[in-house]
Design a binder for this molecule. Sequence first.
Ligand code: ATP
Length: 359
Amino acid sequence: MTEYAIEARDVAVTYADGTEAVRGVDLLVETGEFFGFLGPNGAGKTTLIKTLVTLLRPTDGTVTVNGFDAVAEPQSVRATVGYMAQETSIDPELTARENLRFACDAYGVSRAERGDRIDELLALVELTDVADKVADDFSGGMKKRLDAATALVHRPPLVFLDEPTTGLDPAARNRLWEYFQRINDEGTTVFLTTQYLEEADQLCDRLSVIQDGSVVADGTPETLKRRVGGEILDVELAEPAESERAVAVARDESLFAEGATITPTESGLTVTARDARTRGTDLLVALRDADIGVVGFDVRAPTLDDVFLAVTGERTEAAAADGGDVQAEAVSDGGDAREAAMTDDGETGAAPDADGVSR
Ligand SMILES: Nc1ncnc2c1ncn2[C@@H]1O[C@H](COP(=O)(O)OP(=O)(O)OP(=O)(O)O)[C@@H](O)[C@H]1O
């Protein structure tokens, strides 16, 4: 077994219309790792996955997967990877068992092996009881579980999951997480892309954050959270309209240590600082002196959402939907946070198919 399941060096992918979707990405994923690839819409996650599973050719750089060169030996790469795409690949008119049989045909699983393998996978994703029901009658979570199982019929040592839980309710998502964890515990290397930072936090040994086609941060979830620097102080104001004024008060240099990041939120403001806990009460006093009413106050450890905001200047779609739609601004050293609002322009101007890659 190779040390690295994935070795990508200086990989660039430019579509025929000139879109530079991936720009010089280096990536090393060790065999057995649960690796996460995070990024906002249009950051280049799917393009990179498609390149790793040989559906796209890199415009530049080298890609080695399970020890095989993706350009020179695409068949060997395909035989050793499973790919669960964003769009489900299951046929709703077939039963769960028939879908798995179809996948066995596609991956060339021998007739002698397939009966046991299908039963094993049905049990693993807890679909044994409904094995002979048509997939059309399944819930979204059941369809995703079946889809994941079809990617595993040929026992690939490496599986790619492209935003596998998007659109699922929390219970269905949790169930899939357990299942992904199980396949990783059994030795399968997992490469997961997600916009749910909690998902990455729960599952991943290590992760990279991609923005505009480039990796902007990588490390274990713990290192990334530590890199945010300190703790997070969330302040809820009686009058959210006063948040800009409150931010100005909080930015008074004598309040927080150098490197603090202070951002307005929909309900007040957030301070990220080494001394957020110890100086928090000073901020409350300063706000009271400025006649700004405070109704809530909380100090917490950074989450991956805070990491994401610090390195990309953007909230993920999931976090923004939760009401945390803010712009980041570094207060003193201008270091980590970049000012940027969430935009949709990753979606515009995209050609409908991935075939138009410049080679
Ligand atoms: N076939 C294509 N032709 C031209 N541009 C494309 C094509 N497919 C994707 N793009 C563009 O490449 C960039 C990266 O897209 P990609 O789908 O890889 O991002 P992503 O991070 O997977 O986003 P999402 O979370 O929305 O799936 C975007 O600007 C996108 O519009």
